[in-house]
Design a protein around this ligand. Structure first.
Ligand code: SAM
Length: 214
């Protein structure tokens, strides 16, 4: 579990009292380590997976979008929460999403997931559907661009969930100038300054911001 913001005992407790990943998600996590090595850290953690399934069940979106699919963990979790809607996944990597495709089939959700390969700024700009729920988890420098494109398409009351918004807590240290931290800080300022939304930063995993369009 990614728990950069909790002490180890609390992190263990959270893990022990949250629904664990089922065998399919465990297998996906294992295969992701074997296939992608150090990049496996890009995957969301199991508690985030439970969160994404629950929030999808609660919102019952007709149209959900994921920006940043990787090997499929978060998309399986979102797709499992759908009741009649579709999940549109955007990523640049044929290699990594080929693993995702196999797990959509194994999870029995491939009939409700669409994958578009290519730079997500372009894919989103061409996306002409009203969005109910979006999960944002791709390259951090483009978060502001993704945000504007998502906001233009999000229905009032719709939700964007943005990942890695605390950047291991470094965002709160003004002296920390690692480029991704600077990108995330810029994104967080954009969101909190936007009168169109209400926002909540959850100190879960690496920080997840819930952004609800008014
Ligand atoms: C943090 S990972 C996503 C993790 C995923 N949500 C999961 O649960 O496993 C980020 C993904 O964004 C993709 N990505 C990076 N830059 C992109 C871009 N410009 N357009 C689309 N996808 C991009 C990468 O290929 C990578 O798969």
């Amino acid at each position: 579990m990614k728990a950069y913001l909790l002490d180890q005992a609390v992190a263990r407790y959270v893990l022990e009292h949250s629904t664990p990943p089922d065998p399919l998600l465990q297998e996906l996590a294992k295969e992701t380590v074997e296939a992608t090595g150090d990049n496996a850290g890009l995957q969301i953690s199991p508690d985030q997976g439970v969160f994404l399934t629950m929030i999808t069940q609660l919102l019952a979106p007709s149209v959900a979008v994921e920006v940043g699919t990787f090997t499929g963990y978060s998309s399986v979790c979102i797709a499992r929460g759908l009741s009649g809607g579709r999940l549109h996944c955007f990523d640049v990597s044929e290699e990594w999403t080929s693993i995702a495709r196999r797990y959509w089939t194994a999870a029995g959700v491939d009939d409700r997931v669409t994958l578009t390969l290519g730079p997500a700024l372009e894919t989103l700009a061409a996306f002409d559907q009203t969005i109910d729920l979006a999960f944002l988890d791709a390259d951090k420098g483009n978060y502001p661009g993704y945000y504007e494109l998502l906001m233009e398409r999000l229905r009032p009351g719709g939700l964007i969930v943005a990942d890695n918004t605390l950047r291991r807590g470094w965002v709160a240290d003004p002296g920390h100038d690692e480029p991704t931290t600077v990108d995330i800080r810029r994104f967080n300022e954009l969101v909190i300054g936007d009168p169109r939304v209400s926002a909540l930063v959850l100190p879960v995993a690496d920080g997840m911001t819930l952004i609800r369009k008014k």
